[in-house]
Design a protein around this ligand. Structure first.
Ligand code: CA
Length: 302
């Protein structure tokens, strides 16, 4: 299996990066991922405010996928996720949902063993997930701390083993990269950090030729989820619901009004994260009501 070392790290999603590796559709590849702090937190005495912030939220890659062209969709299958045996959680003043409250910077190092994160006497079942995952964007370079139609720092707790993420391809070869592994994170990521952890992910890629999703779409066992973002949760929700309405219209040949009604019945709106300047949500719909093809369009369409 091809392997990309954690030393092959970039801090932007960009069409200008040289590929770290090339794969064909269907070929497995393993990416080693450093934790979101770039491995700089050695122990609980580490002063979080003194980290080198240019070395934070790196992504391993990019991986060039042969035959992926602008206007296609890249299907990323998450075959496996393996975690290191320690994770790091941090609170940082002026960050997170309670950023207006006074509190001190603090780092906590937590052991991960037996399928659990051990937080003092409390234990939390691990759900290994990829926080930052995406491709070269449509325009310019996007820092890996941000998110958009190309993916990025989406922090979706369902991007985990067994899921498939569909991403729009904007650059030749897609230039895929991933990082920011979490041992566990709840919807919202309230304090700004999850259990940040290093590890490795095994992936395969497929290409939906000539079919274009407008936003990342996540496929889980039973559902599709449209992953959107906006300057507010309201804006993010409107993008997400609109995308589902369009897919339902295409799938069932319904009018806008009928499809809009149906979203109220079966589509759950869930928060991904509210701690980045761009808020992220997902609109979740059972697969029995819509196919991935109905989320795809010929050529570019926003
Ligand atoms: Ca993140």
């Amino acid at each position: 299996m091809k392997k990309v070392s954690r030393s092959k790290v970039v801090y932007t999603f960009s069409p200008r990066h040289n590929p770290a590796e090339r794969v064909k559709a269907g070929e497995e590849i393993l990416l080693e991922l450093e934790d979101a702090f770039g491995g700089q937190v050695k122990d609980e005495k580490t002063a979080i405010e003194n980290l080198d912030w240019t070395k934070v939220n790196g992504v391993t890659g990019p991986v060039f996928i042969e035959d992926a062209e602008p206007g296609d969709t890249l299907a990323v299958q998450i075959v496996d996720v393996k975690l290191a045996n320690r994770g790091v959680i941090a609170v940082i003043p002026k960050q997170g949902v309670l950023k207006d409250r006074p509190f001190k910077a603090k780092v906590k190092v937590v052991p991960i063993s037996g399928g659990y994160v051990h937080f003092g006497k409390a234990k939390v079942k691990v759900n290994p997930m990829i926080g930052t995952i995406g491709v070269a964007p449509e325009n310019g370079e996007h820092p890996t701390g941000t998110l958009g139609r190309h993916g990025g720092n989406m922090d979706v707790k369902e991007i985990t083993r067994g899921a498939t993420l569909y991403l729009p391809v904007f650059a030749k070869g897609a230039l895929f990269a991933a990082g920011d592994l979490h041992a566990v994170q709840a919807d919202g990521e309230a304090c700004v950090s999850a259990v940040e952890v290093s590890g490795e992910v095994t992936l395969t890629f497929n290409i939906l030729k000539g079919k274009n999703v407008s936003w990342p779409i996540l496929e889980t066992k039973d559902c599709y989820a449209v992953l959107t973002c906006g300057d507010s949760l309201d804006e993010a929700c409107s993008w997400a619901v609109e995308e589902v309405v369009k897919a339902l219209m295409q799938e069932h040949k319904w009018s806008f009004e009928e499809a809009y009604m149906f979203t109220s019945l079966v589509v759950d709106l869930k928060i991904n994260q509210v701690v980045d300047p761009k808020k992220g949500v997902r609109a979740v719909i059972p697969k029995k009501y819509v196919s991935i093809e109905s989320f795809c369009h010929a050529g570019f369409r926003h």
